[in-house]
Design a protein around this ligand. Sequence first.
Ligand code: ZN
Length: 204
Amino acid sequence: MKIVCIGRNYVAHIEELKNEMPEEPVFFMKPDSSLLEGNRPFEIPAWSNNLHHEIELVLRIAQTGKHISREQAGKYFGEIGLGIDFTARDVQTHLASKGLPWEKAKAFDQSAVLGTPFIPLRAIGDPGAISFHLDINGNTVQQGDSGLMIFTFEEIIVHISKYVTLHAGDLIYTGTPAGVGPVHPGDHLKGYLGTEKLLDFYCV
Ligand code: ZN
């Protein structure tokens, strides 16, 4: 199983980080060792002083595919979940400034938090209008809607599968909306897809 993450998929988030608008999807990967499930506590790594939350809609790939066409892309995912792409922003900024890869900032242990359960698309309705949000200690810090994504779920699958074979069970984190910021020990994070709570855990 692999985890593929899309960067820069919401205009307001690109603006808050002062990044360039992408002409095609930007993606990177996390290893299976980065997965944190079951609402277990997230341990903030000691080597970062600016560990950011990024709440994201997550696709679970339903079948193996390579060079998937736009017309077929909808057949490759049947359910949507919610996750957090934890990011050591200080380390990422440092690596990016030197033109180095981001893995230390993005692929560390526990950096891919995954909520439960996944929601079948047929229970969601319009995949182009899925709202989601993240609360920390009772305050909403990030709010998103799949209708605001620059690249749709189908476009993401087409693009990734042009380079990398997707297997059943692979996860795609589809990018974060604006409002990213640091987490601290003791923070209580709750993530909602619509009104359904899929994430509920503490940072330690
Ligand atoms: Zn992200």
